[in-house]
Each structure stands twice: as structure tokens, then as C-alpha cells.
Design a protein around this ligand. Structure first.
Ligand code: FE
Length: 182
């Protein structure tokens, strides 16, 4: 397990300084999201999912800010696929669903669209817009819908400039305590 956690730490060291938004880097965004998950009593697997939900942005080969160039990088699938090789579905599925959770919330919660950042609004279009009513039903019936929505809510709040959070080392034992994928 330590080896995988080292690998994750190396991904953040190499790519974590990349901008997530104008206000925060990828690493800051990840740490803020995981800190919210921890403060709101997320299970260890969900704290890990919060920390790692955008790892697909750091693993993919589309270059910087693909959404600005009209490309949907499918980072949720890239990230979930990678995570699923190492951890269980409790970590990878909320990550896979965190974009659909945005599309879901846009469909069911009229105020939700207003709190999205400009970048999230832009990518929403590329990701297919709000879910249809059939898709809403499928999303709710599928596994991990609640976890994905919780993760999405933390994700949307994890964009605060200069916010102090614990560092990566704080989350190491949480990652190391997870079960490895079999
Ligand atoms: Fe995010």
C-alpha cells in the first residue's frame, strides 16, 4: 500500500502545482475537498475519493485546460479506472460519478447551477448538460449516488484562495488504512 501512496504523492508533486482554477492549484483543491470530507465525517474511503477525485486531470495527456479548447477529458473515467486498479469501488465509484453528480444536481436542484464556478458551467456543456429525467432515475438507483453527490458538494466548495488545510501527509494514514483492490 505504501508504494501506491508514494505513487500518488509523486503525482501531486509533479502535477499538483498546475492550476485547478484561478484561485487554487490541483493540490490545494484536492486537500480542501478531502478536508471538507473529513470535517463532515466522511468514511475513510470517501475522504480518499475526495482527495483523489481529480487525479484523472493529472494522469491524462490532453495538456493544459482541455475544457477551454472544447475537449471533455473524461477525467472521471481516467481517474476511476486508475483508482480501481488499486482500491475498491468505494473509492473509485464516487470518483467515476462526480461529473454525473453535477449533471444530476443541475437537473433536480434549481439553485445548484447558480453556485457552479464559471469553469464548471463551461465543462457542464461538454459533459452533456443536466441529466434527463430517465438518467436522473438511473443515477438515483445506481450504487454510490449519495456518496457521489456528497463528493460533488465538497468539490464545489474546495476552491477557496489561500485556505489553510492539512497537507498530504495528514491523509497518508487514511490512504494506507484502505483495503487494496483484489
Ligand atoms: Fe474537483
Amino acid at each position: 500500500m505504501s508504494e501506491i501512496v508514494n505513487e500518488i504523492e509523486a503525482v501531486f508533486e509533479t502535477h499538483g502545482t498546475a492550476k485547478y482554477s484561478e484561485a487554487v492549484s490541483q493540490l490545494e483543491h484536492a486537500l480542501q475537498c478531502a478536508t471538507l470530507a473529513e470535517q463532515e465525517n466522511g468514511r475513510p474511503a470517501l475522504i480518499a475519493a475526495a482527495l483523489l477525485h481529480d487525479i484523472g486531470h493529472m494522469l491524462h495527456k490532453f495538456g493544459k485546460n482541455p475544457a477551454a479548447r472544447g475537449i471533455d477529458d473524461r477525467h472521471e473515467d481516467i481517474g476511476a479506472g486508475w483508482l480501481n486498479r488499486h482500491f475498491g469501488s468505494e473509492v473509485s465509484e464516487p470518483v467515476r460519478l462526480h461529473v454525473d453528480a453535477k449533471r444530476y444536481l443541475c437537473a433536480v436542484s434549481p439553485d445548484y447551477h447558480d453556485i457552479l464556478s464559471p469553469a464548471s458551467v463551461r465543462s457542464l456543456e461538454l459533459q452533456g448538460g443536466p441529466l434527463t429525467s430517465d438518467e436522473v432515475r438511473d443515477f438515483e438507483r445506481g450504487g454510490y449516488a449519495n456518496d457521489a453527490v456528497a463528493l460533488r458538494r465538497w468539490d464545489d466548495r474546495a476552491k477557496v484562495r489561500d485556505l489553510e488545510t492539512p497537507g498530504f501527509a495528514h491523509f497518508r494514514p487514511i490512504l494506507e488504512g484502505l483495503e487494496l483492490a483484489r
